[in-house]
Design a protein around this ligand. Structure first.
Ligand code: MGD
Ligand code: MGD
Ligand code: 6MO
Length: 776
C-alpha cells in the first residue's frame, strides 16, 4: 500500500494524482510519487471540473421539444435553440422513445454502440452502463472493431491468430538488454504513452529513456520528425505518407535476394512464403518489387532501403509498429508486411527481437505484476434478437443507407434503419471522418441523445443532452497499468456534482426505473456497495496470489493505493517465445497454427482490396493519384501531444499548441514559401470535402509535400446553416474521407487525405468551438 500525502487521491487517463480542494473547488493537483513520468495533462483537472462550457442542466433542442421525434426539424441540429427541462421530464422523454422504438421497430432501430474514450473508472463506465440499460430494455445495435486499430486487429487475427495490437509485449528489461536495433515504424511513443485506456503506469517512457542511455541504435520511419525520434536521437527516415507497404516489400526483396532472410524460420513457423516470393519477384505481374521499385513509390532512397534491410538482418532487431499507418485505405497491408519482414528476419520469439505493436500504447512491455484484477460493471447479456453489429467506422454510411449490405471480414452486414442514436462517453463529431457528411448523416435519425459533461460538437448536434459529472465528482476504482496491472487506485470524489449534473450510473438507473428494469440495473446496490464488491473480488484474487490487502472500508478511508509486486521472471518475458520453443504444443490461433504470410481464409473471401498475401495497392488518395493535381499536399492527422483526442481542448493547455487561437498546421518551409505563408499566419486548409482554419508552424520537421494537423480540435462551423463552411477551430476530420480500409476490416482512414492550403485572407473570425449554444 502506498499513501497519498497531501490531497485527495484520484486518477485519469493521464495519470493518478492527488487533488487539492479548497472551499469546494479543485485548485491544484500533485502527481503520485510512484509516477516515473508525470504527465502535464493532470494539471488540467481543475479546469475540467470548472470549465465554462459545462452542460449545467438537462436540455432539449427546441425543434424536437415542440415537434416531437416525427416533426423535429432535424436540419436544425447544431444550430437550434436549447430549452432547459427538469430531470424527470428529460428522463421521461428519452425512456418513452426507447420503449416505443423497441416495441415498434426492435433493437436494430437504436444505435447505442457509443464508441469513445470516456473517463477511467470501473463502475462509472458510461458506455458499458448505456449498454447495460439497453440490454435490459430489449437490446440495441452495437459496433465491431474500433477507431484505433480497425484494420490491424482484423488482419492480425488472420496472420498471427490474435488481435496482437492489445497483447502484452516482450518485457522492457529484456528489450533493453537484448535489442541492438529498434525501429520505430510510424510510432511516436513518448507522446502516445502519456495517456492510457486505464490509468497509465508510464513505464514505457522509462524503457525508451534506458535505450537512449545505453546508446541502442534507433531508427524512426515517419513523414514527421516526431518527438520520440528527437528524444532518443533516432536516425530519421521520412517516406511519402501511405507508402509503407511498398517500402517493406522493397526491404523484403533485398532480404531475399541478398540471402539475409531465415529460410528455416519461414519453413517451421510460417505458411505461404512461396506465394509471397512469387509476388516479390513479379512472377504474375512482371514487376520485380525491389528496393528501386519501392524507392520510386515511397520517395526513400533505394540505398537507404537496402541498408535498412542489411542492418535489420545483422542486428537483434525489434520493430515497434505504431497504428497511424493502419488508419489508412488498405491499412491492413502495413502490419501484415511488418510481420512478414519480421518473419523473414527470423527473430520472432527471441529476446529483444521480432515485432511489437503496442510499445507505444498504454505501456505495452511494462512487466506484468502479480496480484488481483478489478472487474468492472458489465453490460450484461444481450437478448436473443440482438442485431449484428456494424463496423464502428461505418456509422455515417449506415445512417444514410438503411438496407445497404457491405462486406466485412468474410461476412455480410446489412445496415438497419436507425431511428435513435445514443452517445455516452464518446465524441462522434471528433472521432469520425468527413465531418460535413456526418452533419448530414446526423440529420437522419428521429432522436439523438448524448450524455456529456461539456458542450462538444456532438452534444450541440443532439436533441436531448444529459449533463454528466466528470470523474472527479464521483467515487470509483481503476487499475493502473493496462498491461502490467501494477496498481489499484481509489478514485475519491473530490468535489460535489457541478450544477445539476449526474453520473452516468444515476442517469441510466433513472432511465431503467422508467423502463421498469431498475432492480436488474442496480442489482440493489448503490455506489459504495458496487465499489466494495469489486474490491472484494479483487482482494480474493490477490489473496490467492499471496498478496494480502486490507478490508475495503479501511482501504477506502486511508487514501492509499495498491502497488502489486512484479515477479522476476515476468521481467524477462518474451512474446512468441512459447510458440518458437514448441510450435506444435503452442500453436497460434490461425487456421494453420502458424504465422500466415499467405491466408487461405482471406484468399477465399475473394476481395479485390485485400488479397491472400500482403500486397501493395495504391490508396484512395495519395500524391500520385488524380486528386493530387488539385490537392498536392498529403495530410497527416496524428494524435495530439497535449490532449487526449478532443478531451482537454477546452482547457488552458491549448495555449501550448494553438497558433493564432486555432489548431496548428506543420508546413515544410518550401511548401510555405511557394504559397506565401509565414510562421503564425492563419491558413485555410481545404479539399472537396471541407475547409478548416489553422495556424501555421513552418518547420523542417515534416517532409516536403506533407502537412500535419493533429486530430481532436472541436468542430466549429463558421455558418452552421451552410454545409461545408469553414471550421474556425481546425477540426481535421473536415478534410478526411469516409470509406472503409477494405472489405476485410472496414477500418477508418483517418490518417490520410490530399489537401491544398493557402494563406487566409478572409474576414476575422472568432473561435466559438468552446462556447455554449443559444438557450444553454
Ligand atoms: P474523446 O475526445 O476522448 O474521443 O474518439 P473519442 O473517444 O470519441 O471523446 C470522449 C468524450 O467523452 C469527450 O467528449 C468527453 O467529454 C466525454 N466524457 C469523458 N468522460 C465522460 C463520462 O464520464 N461520461 C460521459 N457521458 N462522457 C464523458 C477517439 C478516436 O478518434 C480514436 S480512439 C482514434 S484512435 C481515432 N484517431 C483519429 C486519427 O488518428 N485521425 C483522425 N482523422 N481521426 C481520428 N479519430 C479517432
Ligand atoms: P498516431 O499519432 O496516430 O498514433 O497511437 P498511434 O496510432 O500510433 O501515429 C503515430 C505516428 O505515425 C505519428 O508520428 C505519425 O506521423 C505517423 N504516421 C502517420 N502516417 C504515417 C505514414 O503513412 N507512414 C509512416 N511511416 N508514419 C506515419 C494512437 C494511440 O495513442 C491511440 S489509438 C489512442 S486512442 C491514444 N490517443 C492519444 C492522444 O490522443 N494523445 C496522446 N498524447 N496520447 C495518446 N495515446 C494513444
Ligand atoms: Mo484510439
Amino acid at each position: 500500500l502506498r499513501q497519498a500525502q497531501t490531497g485527495i487521491l484520484t486518477a485519469a487517463h493521464w495519470g493518478a494524482f492527488e487533488a487539492i480542494v479548497k472551499d469546494g473547488k479543485m485548485v491544484d493537483v500533485k502527481a503520485i510519487s510512484d509516477d516515473p513520468y508525470p504527465n502535464e495533462l493532470i494539471t488540467m483537472a481543475p479546469y475540467q471540473v470548472h470549465a465554462e462550457n459545462r452542460i449545467k442542466y438537462p436540455m432539449v433542442r427546441k425543434g424536437w421539444l415542440e415537434g416531437g421525434p416525427a416533426n423535429s426539424q432535424p436540419e436544425l441540429r447544431g444550430r437550434d435553440e436549447w430549452v432547459r427541462v427538469s430531470w424527470d421530464k428529460a428522463l421521461t422523454l428519452v425512456s418513452d422513445q426507447i420503449a416505443r422504438l423497441q416495441k415498434e421497430h426492435g433493437p436494430q432501430s437504436i444505435y447505442a454502440g457509443s464508441y469513445g474514450w470516456k473517463s477511467v473508472g470501473m463502475l462509472h463506465n458510461s458506455r458499458t452502463l448505456l449498454q447495460r440499460m439497453m440490454n435490459l430494455s430489449g437490446g440495441f445495435l452495437g459496433y465491431a472493431g474500433d477507431y484505433s486499430t480497425g484494420a490491424a486487429q482484423v488482419i492480425m487475427s488472420h496472420v498471427v491468430g490474435s488481435m496482437e495490437v492489445y497483447e502484452q509485449q516482450t518485457a522492457w528489461p529484456n528489450v533493453i538488454e537484448n535489442s541492438q536495433l529498434v525501429i520505430l515504424w510510424g510510432c511516436n511513443p513518448m507522446i502516445t504513452l502519456k495517456n492510457s485506456w486505464n490509468v497509465p503506469d508510464h513505464v514505457g517512457q522509462t524503457g525508451f529513456e534506458a535505450l537512449k542511455k545505453k546508446g541502442t541504435r534507433i531508427i524512426s520511419i515517419d513523414p514527421v520528425h516526431n518527438d520520440s525520434a528527437k528524444f532518443v536521437n533516432a536516425q530519421w527516415i521520412a517516406p511519402r505518407p501511405y507508402t509503407d507497404t511498398a517500402m517493406l516489400i522493397g526491404i523484403a526483396h533485398t532480404l531475399l535476394t541478398e540471402k539475409l532472410h531465415n529460410p528455416d524460420f519461414l519453413k517451421t513457423y510460417t505458411v505461404g512464403f512461396d506465394k509471397f516470393e512469387a509476388y516479390l519477384m513479379g512472377q504474375d505481374d512482371g514487376i520485380v518489387k525491389d528496393a528501386n521499385w519501392a524507392a520510386e513509390v515511397s520517395g526513400v532512397d533505394a540505398d537507404v532501403l537496402r541498408q535498412l534491410a542489411r542492418d535489420m538482418a545483422k542486428n537483434r532487431t525489434m520493430i515497434m509498429g505504431g497504428w497511424g499507418i493502419q488508419r489508412q485505405h488498405h491499412g491492413e497491408q502495413q502490419h501484415w508486411m511488418l510481420v512478414t519482414v519480421a518473419a523473414m528476419l527470423g527473430q520472432i520469439g527471441l529476446p529483444g527481437g521480432g515485432f511489437g505493436f503496442s510499445y507505444h500504447y498504454s505501456s505495452g512491455g511494462s512487466p506484468t505484476a502479480k496480484g488481483g484484477i478489478l472487474a468492472g460493471i458489465s453490460a450484461g447479456n444481450s437478448p436473443k434478437n440482438t442485431p449484428t453489429p456494424i463496423p464502428v467506422a461505418r456509422i455515417a454510411e449506415c445512417l444514410m443507407n438503411p438496407g445497404k449490405t457491405i462486406n466485412f471480414n468474410g461476412a455480410q452486414v446489412t445496415y438497419p434503419d436507425v431511428k435513435m442514436v445514443y452517445v455516452a462517453g464518446g465524441n462522434t463529431f471528433h472521432q469520425h471522418q468527413d465531418t460535413n457528411a456526418l452533419v448530414k448523416a446526423f440529420q437522419k435519425p428521429e432522436t439523438i441523445v448524448v450524455n456529456e459533461p461539456y458542450w462538444t460538437a456532438t452534444a450541440k448536434h443532439a436533441d436531448i443532452v444529459f449533463p454528466t459529472t466528470t470523474s472527479y465528482e464521483r467515487n470509483d476504482l481503476e487499475m493502473g497499468g493496462d498491461y502490467s496491472q501494477l496498481y489499484v487506485f481509489p478514485m475519491h470524489q473530490c468535489v460535489p456534482p457541478q450544477f445539476e449534473s449526474r453520473s452516468d450510473f444515476d442517469i441510466f438507473a433513472g432511465l431503467s426505473e422508467k423502463l421498469g428494469v431498475q432492480d436488474a440495473f442496480t442489482e440493489g446496490k448503490d455506489e459504495t456497495q458496487w465499489l466494495k464488491s469489486m474490491y472484494d473480488d479483487m482482494k480474493t484474487q490477490a489473496r490467492a496470489a499471496r498478496v494480502a490487502l486490507p478490508p475495503f472500508d479501511m482501504f477506502w478511508e486511508s487514501n492509499n493505493y495498491v502497488r502489486f509486486p512484479v515477479p522476476e521472471e515476468n521481467k524477462q518475458w518474451v512474446r512468441f517465445a512459447d510458440y518458437r520453443e514448441n510450435p506444435l504444443l503452442n500453436p497460434l490461433g490461425t487456421p494453420s497454427g502458424k504465422i500466415e504470410i499467405y491466408s487461405d481464409a482471406i484468399e477465399k473471401m475473394g476481395y479485390e482490396d485485400c488479397k491472400g498475401i500482403p500486397t501493395w495497392m495504391p490508396p484512395h488518395e495519395w500524391y500520385k493519384g488524380p486528386e493530387a493535381a488539385k490537392y498536392p499536399l498529403s495530410l497527416n492527422t496524428a494524435h495530439p501531444i497535449n490532449r487526449l483526442h478532443s478531451q482537454l481542448d477546452n482547457t488552458p493547455l491549448r495555449k501550448k499548441y494553438a497558433v493564432a487561437d486555432r489548431e496548428a498546421i506543420l508546413i515544410h518551409p518550401i511548401d510555405a514559401k511557394t504559397r506565401g505563408i509565414s510562421n503564425g499566419d492563419l491558413v485555410r486548409a481545404f479539399n472537396d470535402r471541407g475547409q478548416i482554419l489553422v495556424g501555421a508552424v513552418v518547420t523542417e520537421d515534416v517532409r516536403q509535400g506533407v502537412i500535419r494537423i493533429s486530430e481532436g480540435a472541436w468542430f466549429d462551423p463558421a455558418d452552421p446553416a451552410t454545409p461545408g463552411s469553414l471550421c474556425k477551430n481546425g477540426n481535421v476530420n473536415c478534410l478526411t474521407f469516409d470509406i472503409g480500409s477494405s472489405s476485410l476490416a472496414q477500418g477508418n482512414c483517418g490518417q490520410m487525405a490530399q489537401v491544398e492550403i493557402e494563406k487566409y485572407q478572409g474576414p476575422a473570425l472568432t473561435n466559438t468551438a468552446h462556447a455554449v449554444p443559444a438557450g444553454a
